[in-house]
Design a protein. Structure first.
Length: 204
């Protein structure tokens, strides 16, 4: 399927997913700062995961509405874009939550390095991966921004061809992130419990 007249360079998937990934790790960061980066119990970790899941669905819908009815770029693909967006946001949020759960707020710097500083140029969204330097060329196959970009393009422009791997890999990132957050709550949260609240560990 050719690109739409509203997206002649085919870069809307990149910019859309930049917003999704940014929204994912910012949502995790805001929740971590306000409620503590490490939940004190596995139950609280589960509640945080559920809250971020709801947030991801809402942000996925919002992004799809912007590129659909608002900007009239993919007005026939709103449910598809919303679903992909929700997955991208949730994967980024879970990844950030796991890193912050183990490292505290300082882990946000590592999240930004991996998802933004390296993630955006390595996503292959502006320039095709074949034209990127060697260290970035294959990054879109495993980093969250690149996977989200590839999945969006596969769904919108290529009739779901080559969508299997990015969808599966985003799911893996989501599961690993959730497990990382729960394990952080069981280790760091349990250690913090006897000594009382702390900014990084007394989280819900």
């Amino acid at each position: 399927m050719p690109v739409t007249p509203a997206d002649p360079r085919g870069v809307v998937p990149f910019y859309l997913n930049v917003g999704y990934v940014l929204g994912g790790y910012l949502g995790s960061t805001v929740l971590g700062i306000s409620a503590g980066t490490t939940p004190r119990t596995a139950r609280r970790a589960g509640l945080r995961i559920a809250a971020l899941a709801v947030y991801s669905v809402l942000l996925g819908i919002a992004g799809a509405v912007v590129v659909g009815p608002v900007l009239d770029i993919w007005h026939h693909d709103v449910p598809t874009i919303a679903a992909i967006g929700a997955l991208a946001v949730f994967a980024a949020a879970m990844f950030a939550s796991a890193i912050q759960g183990w490292l505290g707020v300082a882990g946000t710097a590592l999240v930004i390095l991996l998802l933004v500083v390296l993630g955006n140029p390595g996503s292959g969204g502006i320039y095709a991966p074949e034209f990127l330097p060697g260290v970035l060329r294959g990054m879109h196959r495993w980093n969250i921004p690149g996977l989200a970009n590839d999945l969006t393009k596969a769904a919108v422009y290529f009739d779901w061809r080559s969508a299997g791997w990015p969808a599966f890999a985003l799911g893996i990132w989501t599961v690993l992130g959730a497990l990382g957050l729960v394990s952080a709550s069981l280790v760091r949260g349990r250690r913090a419990a006897p000594s009382g609240p702390s900014p990084d560990r007394d989280g819900g």
